[in-house]
Design a protein around this ligand. Structure first.
Ligand SMILES: O=C(O)CCC(=O)C(=O)O
Length: 267
């Protein structure tokens, strides 16, 4: 495994962004469902934000912040609620169009978000389902922790370590320029690998080593610009992992005109 830099958190990074979050609700408000959404269920007790420290993950062109966002009890509850409430795509939306062929996606996935947005990758255009209370609560917590408001989330469910995601960059044109992507994980911890774009392939022009992280239950990985311009990432197969995992990547998406299918790599 190659080295990477984890810096001690400084007052100028994530915590500062958190403080700068204009109008961010107090933590006690974060568990309130939004008006008009399912309020029948018993309201979960507000949970305090964990005070786990941020870790800065840095390499050339790689700028990420990582922390445990939800303590174990809350992460367990959220995982169960996601298992119960999230409805994954089926039919044609479970396939990818790569180099003229359709392939089954090696995991389940779905998108939720603001109405009218779309997101195209690997030849498939996804329209988001409307937000549900559990996603609203996670999104609110992210706003508190990062100061960013996200309008779209891609959810991936990996039934075990055979499910995976191939190497890719999140550089779709629908993403707001330079916006961060917040990746929240629940369930089985999984390895996550970054590889620099210029260090891939048979004749790489650079020799930067991969950066490998373990994404833990309840964790947040904030991928800041230019990470997704310069580095690819993947969730490799891990045969020894027997338990499921759910990952949510919250994004800032802008409305675009429809365009021809992309030709990016399989995931
Ligand atoms: O499951 C993960 O952690 C990877 C998700 C990912 O790479 C993506 O949504 O682009």
């Amino acid at each position: 495994m190659d080295k990477f830099i984890i810096r001690k958190p400084s007052k100028t990074t994530a915590e500062k962004r958190k403080r700068k979050a204009d109008g961010a609700p107090k933590v006690e408000d974060a568990d309130s469902p939004e008006e008009g959404q399912g309020t029948q269920e018993k309201k979960p007790r507000p949970a305090p934000a964990t005070d786990a420290p941020w870790k800065q993950i840095r390499a050339e062109g790689l700028n990420c912040d990582y922390k445990i966002l939800f303590g174990k009890a809350e992460a367990d509850r959220l995982f169960q609620e996601l298992e119960k409430e999230v409805e994954y795509f089926d039919g044609q939306l479970t396939k990818l169009h790569i180099f003229g062929k359709w392939h089954n996606i090696p995991r389940k996935q779905v998108t939720y978000g603001d109405p009218g947005l779309t997101y195209t990758y690997s030849g498939v255009t996804f329209s988001p389902k409307p937000w549900i209370p559990v996603l609203d609560r996670i999104r609110d917590r992210l706003r508190l922790a990062t100061g960013h408001t996200f309008n779209f989330v891609l959810i991936n469910r990996y039934k075990d370590g055979r499910d995976h995601m191939g190497e890719h960059r999140d550089d779709e044109k629908e993403l707001a320029p330079r916006s961060p992507i917040a990746s929240v994980s629940f369930g089985a911890p999984r390895d996550f690998v970054f590889r620099h774009g210029a260090s891939r392939g048979r004749n790489p022009s650079r020799r930067l080593g991969p950066v490998k992280l373990l994404l833990e239950h309840g964790s947040l990985l904030l991928m800041n610009f230019p990470t997704n311009r310069d580095w690819y990432h993947s969730l490799p197969t891990r045969r020894k992992v027997l338990a499921p995992r759910i990952n949510l990547t919250f994004r800032k998406v802008v409305a675009l005109q429809a365009s021809p299918s992309g030709t990016d790599a399989p995931r």
